[in-house]
Design a binder for this molecule. Structure first.
Ligand code: NAP
Length: 254
């Protein structure tokens, strides 16, 4: 992976980092010498990611918390600033993807998806934005999905709506925060090999369809998403804000 020396010593929070894409981001950031707060709703998973970082002589702390809850997000940012003295990068990565048809879905399921996937992005951006404004700058990266741009998955209406909401919110946040030297971008992964896609990957018909629709004829690795996070966090991306980039092997071309 590319090295960005300026990232060394900077402080990054990544949510939902007990596994999958979030864990890959946490490990990649620590490899750059960043100090990392690893959030996850499951304490033991956050702790496992931190252990992997410590085993590699990296610096990290675990934060158990639900990103849909204002008090948990506030605590996550407060504990980070208390531990490391600053906050340079927030990656709003945590997400859930339950499936239900519109005709069958309970309003509670709709609300939970919106809370975990979209409300969390607002809460995180607000809490981190206040710190970054005082500091004189920062970077926020929001994990959307190709489902929020062009390719809704079957029975994922709440998921698609939440991920499209992230793209809209990212643009508005980028516009509002430009005055504070805070860049805000989104990433829209295609199908990535993580626990979230594990069940669907067991289905040969689904796999065949996915591969057929991806010009590069393979699924993505979490590290391939983490590589874009590092670039967007780095000073090489100093003139990039308000964008939503696909990492999807060419599945969506718009
Ligand atoms: P994952 O394997 O399910 O990992 C997500 C992690 O977030 C899990 O540890 C999960 O815990 C945790 N989490 C769930 N709800 C949370 C909450 N309220 N607060 C804090 N942590 C919470 O997912 P992933 O595949 O790495 O996906 C990461 C992000 O990328 C998500 O936003 C997802 O929508 C997006 N994305 C993924 C793909 C893909 O193909 N994998 C494609 C496009 C976009 P539990 O396991 O207990 O829920």
């Amino acid at each position: 992976m590319a090295q960005y020396p300026e990232l060394g010593g900077r402080v990054l929070i990544v949510t939902g980092a007990g596994q999958g894409i979030g864990r890959a981001i946490a490990l990649a950031a620590a490899q750059q010498g960043m100090r990392v707060t690893v959030n996850d709703i499951r304490e033991e998973m956050a702790a496992e990611t931190v252990s992997l970082i410590h085993a590699n002589q990296g610096e990290a702390i675990a934060h158990a918390g639900d990103v849909s809850k204002e008090e948990d997000v506030a605590r996550m940012v407060e504990e980070t600033v208390a531990r490391w003295g600053r906050l340079d990068v927030l990656v709003n990565n945590a997400g859930i993807e339950p499936s239900a048809s519109i005709l069958e879905m309970s309003p509670e399921m709709w609300d939970r998806v919106m809370a975990v996937n979209l409300r969390s992005v607002f809460l995180g951006t607000q809490a981190a934005g206040r710190v970054m404004k005082e500091q004189g700058g920062g970077v926020i990266i929001n994990m959307s999905s190709i489902a929020g741009k062009a390719i809704p998955l079957p029975y994922r209406s709440a998921y698609a709506a939440s991920k499209a909401g992230i793209v809209g919110f990212t643009k508005e946040a980028a516009r509002e925060f430009a005055a504070y030297n805070i860049r805000v971008n989104a990433i829209c992964p295609g199908v990535i090999i993580t626990p979230m896609t594990a069940a669907a990957r067991q289905n040969p018909a689904m796999m065949e369809k996915w591969i057929r629709e991806i010009p590069m004829r393979r699924l993505g690795q979490p590290e391939e998403v983490a590589a874009l996070v590092l670039f967007l966090a780095s000073d090489d991306a100093s003139y990039i804000t308000g964008q939503a980039y696909h990492v999807d092997g060419g599945k969506v071309m718009v």
